[in-house]
Design a protein around this ligand. Structure first.
Ligand code: ACO
Ligand code: KIV
Ligand code: MN
Length: 522
């Protein structure tokens, strides 16, 4: 294996704020762009493409301010092959410690037809615009858009012109995500071999994910000699997105044995920036997305969980902390086995003997057949019910609600509390509020309702409503769930469910008196 300090450096060029923002609906505010740029700089991105200054006043202002605030990264703006675009771009990026102008034009036959330029006219336009950019800034990147569908000879000709006119980086975009790994590598190798002056500049690769090959194509280009990868956080970008930064960075780290290249990225910052980009762009990350998906370090099946508990390397090729996650997530569900259940219960404070584990495991599987995901509270309730038959101290007996346009709404509620029936009538702002007020009147408590959520499980007006509530009392957080075709009944049941759990948690505040020793779940 090569000594890491001697390995070639691959520059990471992040275009979340330009190509990423081009995803329909992903527009970010000025303040959000500044925040993301700050996080990109902190994580060690080499070049930040901060926007397209001619596109709008807002883009211009964002690029200008990012240029002013950024400490380390090169700040780049995009410009078409037009003098006005390039001037506007320079106006914005010139404030940066390290400014770059990125200018581009579509060179494939399809794209040459749009401005109706023949090969010679386009070559001339490239010569004029790259020269103009280089007269303003000594760091110029040029891109032949749709390079992967451009005739090879013509591509060599225009790349040579751009280099002669002073471009310091030549970016080879696979604009429509059309290329495949071997072809991506061959294209870069061909340019390096054929174009005079190619050894004086940096080749970049810019891939889109239309066929799901963006990461593979980028890495193949690097193996062939590209030394800059253009990418975005979470793979955000036009259509199916761009190459995902987190994927190429972690691939180069984890498979450094066969791809001996270094980046300057602090990978432990990946999760945080991924979450921020998802939040500000409004594009949630798919659960099974490589590296940053919710399930990327989650294990539900028993054999995997058992392996993970014995040696994490059995089912994980990188550690969650390598990307800034605190720990592997053992998700409890119908595929879990005894080893994971024992470990999870130990985390919750229960230490079980073998016989007891057997018994709890049977009931855990029954529950898991009925419920998609088993939360910590479910396990606590399960443990309690295995040792204490009176686990449902509060029960709903009947609920009648009067509601409609003329408020206030009214709830008549009867509950069984420790075996005795109690009734009350209360009003509220809506039927759910009236019902919750009635429950509070019968079971006074200081717990604060933190979350109330209703989902329809099926379609139609007879859909089952599932209600989740989360409540907090003195640091104890409990949840309650229920499903019913009547949303108000489901809400009351979910509330009572949470209150029952709260009573258990209050009791379990001290040491458990039974066979199970209970550490501290309060
Ligand atoms: C693959 C990519 O990601 S390319 C970048 C794509 N990103 C964007 O387009 C986002 C920002 N774009 C915009 O805000 C607008 O398109 C603007 C401000 C740049 C231009 O707006 P308009 O002047 O109204 O032009 P419009 O968007 O309708 O059409 C694009 C024009 O640019 C021309 N053009 C497109 N690419 C280039 C280029 N690289 N170099 C020179 N001209 C170009 C087109 O031929 C067309 O010219 P025309 O108006 O003379 O027909
Ligand atoms: C502007 C260029 C580099 C681009 O985003 C593309 O071709 O995909
Ligand atoms: Mn692109």
């Amino acid at each position: 294996m090569t000594d890491k300090s001697q390995q070639d450096r691959v520059l990471i060029f992040d275009t979340t704020l330009r190509d990423g923002e081009q995803s329909p609906g992903a527009t970010m505010t000025h303040a959000e762009k500044l925040e993301i740029a700050g996080l990109l700089d902190e994580m060690g991105v080499d070049i930040i493409e901060a926007g397209f200054p001619i596109a709008s006043e807002g883009d211009f202002a964002a690029v200008s301010e990012i240029a002013r605030q950024t400490q380390n990264a090169v700040i780049c703006g995009l410009a078409r092959a037009q003098i006005g675009d390039i001037d506007r771009c320079w106006e914005a990026v010139q404030h940066a410690k390290h400014p770059r102008i990125h200018t581009f034009i579509g060179t494939s036959p399809l794209h040459r037809a749009i401005p109706n330029l023949d090969m010679d006219q386009m070559a001339e336009r490239i010569e004029q615009t790259v020269t103009h950019a280089r007269n303003l800034c000594d760091n110029v990147q040029w891109s032949p858009m749709d390079a992967t569908r451009t005739e090879e000879d013509y591509l060599c000709r225009v790349v040579e012109i751009a280099i002669k006119c002073g471009a310091t980086t030549i970016n080879i975009p696979d604009t429509v995500g059309y290329t495949a790994p071997r072809e991506s590598a061959e294209l870069i190798a061909m340019l390096i071999n054929r174009v005079p002056g190619a050894d004086q500049i940096t080749f970049a690769t810019h891939c889109h994910n239309d066929l799901g090959m963006a990461t593979a194509n980028s890495l193949a280009a690097v193996e062939a000699g590209a030394r800059q990868i253009e990418c975005t956080i979470n793979g955000l970008g036009e259509r199916a997105g761009n190459t995902a930064l987190e994927e190429v960075v972690m691939a180069l780290k984890v498979r450094n044995d066969i791809m001996p290249f270094q980046t300057g990225i602090d990978a432990t910052k990946i999760m945080n920036i991924s979450r921020r980009v998802a939040a500000v762009s409004g594009f949630p990350v798919q659960f099974n997305k490589a590296i940053v998906g919710k399930n990327a370090f989650a294990h539900e099946s028993g054999i995997h969980q058992d392996g993970m508990l014995k040696n994490a390397e059995t089912f994980e090729i990188m550690r969650p902390e390598d990307v800034g996650l605190s720990e592997t997530n053992l998700v409890m569900g119908k595929h879990s086995g005894r080893a994971a259940l024992r470990s999870k219960l130990e985390d919750l404070g229960f230490e079980l003997g073998d016989n007891q584990l057997k018994d709890v495991f049977v009931r855990f599987k029954e529950l898991a057949d009925r419920k998609k995901e088993i939360y910590d509270d479910d396990l606590i309730a399960l443990m309690r019910s295995s040792t204490d038959p009176e686990n449902d101290r509060l029960k709903l007996r009947s609920l009648k609600v009067v509601c409609g346009t003329d408020g206030p709404q009214q709830a008549d509620l009867t509950m069984e509390i420790d075996g005795a029936e109690h009734s009350t009538t209360q009003t509220g702002d809506g039927p759910v509020d009236a019902s919750f007020n009635a429950i509070k009147a019968l079971v006074p408590h200081s717990a604060r309702l933190q979350l109330y959520q209703v989902h329809a499980v099926t379609e139609g007006t007879d859909a089952q409503a599932t209600v989740s509530v989360r409540m907090e009392e003195e640091g104890r957080i409990v949840t309650g769930q229920s499903a019913n075709t009547d949303t108000v009944v489901a809400s009351a049941l979910a509330y009572i469910h949470a209150l029952n759990r709260l009573l258990v948690r209050r009791e379990k505040g001290g040491k458990d008196r039974r066979e199970i020793s209970y550490k501290d779940v309060g």
